[in-house]
Design a binder for this molecule. Sequence first.
Ligand code: 13P
Ligand code: SF4
Length: 309
Amino acid sequence: AEEIKELQKEVRRLAQEKNAIILAHYYQRPEVQDIADFVGDSLELSRKAANTDADIIVFCGVRFMCETAKILSPQKKVLHPNPESGCPMADMVTAEQVRKLREEHPDAEFVAYINTTADVKAEVDICVTSANAPKIIKKLEAKKIVFLPDQALGQWVAKQVPEKEFIIWKGFCPPHFEFTAREVMKLKEKYPDAKVAVHPECHPKVIELADFVGSTSQIIKYATSVDAKRVIVITEVGLKYTLMKKNPNKEYIFPESMNYCGTVYCCTMKGITLPKVYETIKNEINEVELPEDIIERARRPIERMLELS
Ligand code: 13P
Ligand code: SF4
């Protein structure tokens, strides 16, 4: 514990000295969240990355988040404490596949979840996050929407925008999508008074059982303020740390007490460790680099999202 504190102090000192901002997603380890200047959901983190005065952005999250920061602040040094930490869902669709789909659906507007590679973003019309997807897609002019890569989020949005036709890619988030409705039913039986909050990357059958569906930040708002003593939360277990900090008077039930398969746990998010953050900021290593033309082309859909949300 002492060692962790020392390392955290050192990271904070280096951040000050180098005029670096440390951003972290809610799924990060508690000891990493604690050294961040800002912890947030994908939308809030991209806003921060676009508007910071820092010279260096240390991004504690997965690769697509670092790439988004680089695209929005190309003149800054963006560092990724673990270059191996990708998002398996983001890798389920390629730019080549999107180009082919374009030919098949020339009349559609192409919407990419922010959980995509920079190459894919460069091929689409607009990005969305789980916090703004329904709102933004309702505002689009096209009647036909191609949504990628998350089938769960896509189906959830399609239900809320019945006036549009959706073509949805078959990608998914392994930790969220594989969590079963059966497990949620068991938790509901055990805690019949509890409300259920679910991330829209979950399977449609799990979403059906929810009292509330939203992004990590939206779940935090709901779970900490809803009129219920207990809330069952179906998203990555990292969120529990913030919930406990924001409102310790409630009980947050995460499916973590079961076996490993019954847990919503993102290995790549957890691939960012405090020692890695320390090495990265100290030596200014693990810099995120993208080709100029990709930065140029991928910026438009992200900025369009920020304007519309
Ligand atoms: P949000 O924090 O935007 O809800 O994203 C969840 C997620 O899976 C990020 O990888
Ligand atoms: Fe990707 Fe899912 Fe992990 Fe988020 S939780 S980074 S969507 S695999």
